[in-house]
Design a protein. Structure first.
Length: 237
């Protein structure tokens, strides 16, 4: 459903991605692994329309590389940004409803149904419905950012480091939810520095270094690849 060819992304005169090609299939979970500064966020931001670039980004056959971010969201490509960025002064419920903004004209009953689905996936959000987002723990904020994205009814969900800064138990909870979202049919492009975890849950993975794809293939194969083991699986942060 997503087919990227020869993507070159620039920040002013600096080229950050040097000709990336990548595919996400229907219902597939694809992992993008790489160290700090490799270009992972830049790739997601290029897809969502926030970075200047050349090359092709075909989404169900349509080139979206020149589309504006708002239209890309309306087409169902929804990103959960690195560092969450929930609205601190809004309650949990208000943050979630903001996620429906691309769906003007949605009936109240539809919104309530979507809310119910999100809090079933993240019961902790239901317990904190009226709490202001700034006062949530890091894990709860990540759940909220993810819930907000789900309220937008993603056809492709892009997650930027959902495990960042979270305790192992919360990471586990988070990844159970990510797998459940994928199992319900939503394709996911997952950016993760925790390579082991990313390779466990994904079908296919790409390893990015210095703005280029260094390796790619079925996640099971990459998990057993000596180069991957040495560079990415020795330790996770
Ligand atoms: N707004 C920007 N202006 C200029 N250069 C940028 C900008 N954002 C990122 N870069 C540069 O682009 C390169 C890729 O950055 P990017 O944020 O995509 O890396 P990343 O793989 O997401 O890293 P991390 O794991 O630390 O989040 C880096 O060299 C970074 O310094
Ligand atoms: Mg990043």
């Amino acid at each position: 459903m997503l087919k990227i060819r020869n993507l070159v992304a620039n920040y002013g005169h600096i080229e950050a991605l040097h000709g990336i090609s990548l595919d996400v299939g229907n219902k597939e979970m694809v992992a993008l692994i790489g160290s700090n500064g490799a270009g992972k966020t830049t790739l997601l931001n290029s897809i969502s329309g926030h970075v200047t670039k050349t090359g092709e980004i075909l989404y169900n056959g349509v080139d979206i590389s020149k589309m504006r971010p708002g239209r890309i969201v309306k087409n169902g490509i929804i990103q959960v940004p690195e560092g969450r960025h929930v609205f601190p002064g809004l309650t949990v419920m208000q943050n979630l409803v903001v996620g429906t903004i691309a769906w003007r004209g949605l009936r109240k009953a539809d919104i309530e149904e979507d809310l119910e689905r999100v809090v079933t996936l993240f019961p902790r959000l239901k317990e904190r419905y009226k709490q202001l987002a700034w006062s949530l723990s890091g894990g709860e904020q990540q759940m909220l950012a993810m819930g907000r994205a789900l309220m937008g009814r993603p056809k492709l969900l892009m997650l930027d480091e959902p495990s960042m800064g979270l305790a192992p138990k919360v990471v586990e909870e988070m990844f159970e939810a990510i797998v459940a979202i994928n199992n319900s049919g939503t394709p996911i492009l997952l950016v993760e520095q925790n390579a082991q975890l990313a390779l466990e849950v994904s079908a296919k993975a790409y390893i990015i270094e210095g703005g280029k794809i260094k390796l790619s293939g079925p996640s099971k194969e990459l998990a057993n690849d000596e180069r991957v083991k040495e560079a990415y699986l020795g330790k996770t942060r």
